[in-house]
Design a protein around this ligand. Structure first.
Ligand code: URA
Length: 436
């Protein structure tokens, strides 16, 4: 077998045999595959696709490319959650403590952000003192003791994905259903959870631009998980607008804290986080109805138990738990610069990807993997879709430390808001649940 044969086969629209896919991943992991050959194969897959069987074999080969976490020494149903990448999406910081406060076991390995999307690890590291590099033993002990740990994924877990994702990111091959499905599910399965909730985004700020493509991706991932005896449910969530009102690392921790403190009732982020938490509660407690789970989620927040669980997580991983009571202890930017509406009207849309990119230029995200980020900077939105605005009214505040790329960020913001004469139609955020 030779990589060129496989590139030609996929380029010509043919189906790979399982042996061919395993060969490709083995060669990649052994360092014997040239980057240009992998890039050509990825582009062939992007154009020609893979059927369900090929995607499943690719997922398994990727899982077997590295270590797998064994969570069997922890009692109960171990749960995990994954988002396919969003803007202002701090749901993990809300969901994980709620589910752990309900007695669930959240053993979570997370990633960093790249481009316009954020990553949970970067958000956690904006908390003074917080460590995300626990050993496997510390990770397991912490889940046993407090029901919750969030750490960085080691390079030994699905190394094939690390190499493949880095190349996809620079060759225009990220937004492929089989490649995303295999990338996400190989990591989720290798991390060892029994029950997984996936938040599959669609719209302007997402890899999947249409609801139909998001549904196909979700169905593929649910099927791959179930074949391996995992409970999997997937939400199809609109990512036209940023999910939260605060975009940037410490800003997103602040918003998550305020939701757990009950200060952000009815916001989009709260709605999605509560609903996904309710599904995870049902999956961790067989027989629990979704209605009862929703009531429990509200009680866990209202009673302060969820916020206390977040405090326990911070304390266990070296973070300053005083931020739970005093969010202003989080890193703060030196300058706050307003961005005002150019005209009267209604906010017709707020382009999520554009806002995420503007925050990245301020230093909240990375343009390349090696960029460092500034935890304090970002953008706070003061309006949401459908809201009437007056000319000159403040729609956003830029939190800035370094002005080098301020003009670029402001220019992007000027394109991000659509102000229109008519009030836009409201649509539900979670359009469908797959696998329930
Ligand atoms: N998130 C992942 O982990 N992998 C992808 O391919 C896309 C989003």
């Amino acid at each position: 077998m030779h990589p060129v044969q496989l590139i030609l086969k996929k380029r010509n629209g043919e189906k790979h045999t399982p042996a061919e896919i395993r060969f490709l991943i083995q060669e990649l992991t052994a360092g014997r595959l040239e980057n240009y050959q992998l890039a050509a194969w990825l582009m062939a897959v992007w154009f020609r696709g893979m059927d369900y069987e090929e995607t499943d074999v690719l997922t398994q080969a990727m899982i077997e490319s590295g270590d797998q976490v064994d969570l069997s020494s922890i009692d109960g149903v171990k749960v995990d959650k994954h988002s396919t990448g969003g803007v202002g999406d701090g749901t993990t910081l809300v969901i994980a403590p709620i589910v752990a406060a309900a007695g669930g076991r959240v053993a979570k390995m997370s990633g960093r952000g790249l481009g316009h999307t954020g990553g949970t690890l970067d958000k956690l590291e904006s908390i003074p003192g917080m460590r995300v590099d626990l050993t496997q033993q510390q990770f397991l002990d912490q889940v046993r003791q407090i029901g919750l740990a969030i750490i960085s994924q080691t390079g030994k877990l699905v190394p094939a994905d690390g190499q493949m994702y880095a190349l996809r990111d620079v060759t225009g091959t990220v937004d492929s259903i089989p490649l995303i499905a295999a990338s996400v599910m190989s990591k989720k399965i290798a991390c060892g959870a029994d029950a997984i909730v996936l938040d599959v985004k669609f719209g302007h700020g997402a890899f999947m631009k249409s609801l139909d493509d998001a549904r196909k991706l979700a169905e593929t991932m649910v099927a791959i998980g179930r074949l391996r005896d995992r409970q999997v449910r997937a939400a199809l969530t609109s990512m036209e607008e940023p999910l939260g009102n605060q975009i940037g690392n410490a800003l997103e921790v602040d918003e998550a804290l305020r939701i757990l403190r009950g200060e952000r009732k009815g916001t989009a982020l709260e709605t999605v986080a509560y609903e996904l938490s309710s599904h995870l509660l049902c999956m961790s407690h067989p027989g629990l109805s979704l209605e009862t789970a929703r009531v429990q989620v509200q009680q866990l927040v209202d009673s302060g138990q969820a916020l206390d669980k977040l405090g326990q997580l911070l304390e266990a991983q070296g973070g300053d738990r005083r931020i739970c009571e005093e969010p202003e202890r989080l890193p703060q930017a030196q300058q706050k610069i307003g961005f005002n509406s150019p005209s009267d009207g209604f906010v017709g849309s707020i382009a999520a990807e554009t806002i995420g990119t503007a925050a990245m230029w301020l230093g909240a995200g990375r343009r390349t993997k090696s960029d460092s980020i500034d935890p304090a900077v970002g953008i706070v939105l003061h309006v949401e879709k459908g809201r009437p605005v007056k000319k000159g009214e403040r729609m956003a505040t830029l939190h800035v430390n370094d002005q080098t790329h301020l003009a670029a960020a402001e220019k992007l913001l000027s394109h991000a808001f659509l102000i229109q004469a008519e009030k836009p139609e409201a649509q539900p955020l979670i359009r469908e649940m797959i696998g329930v």
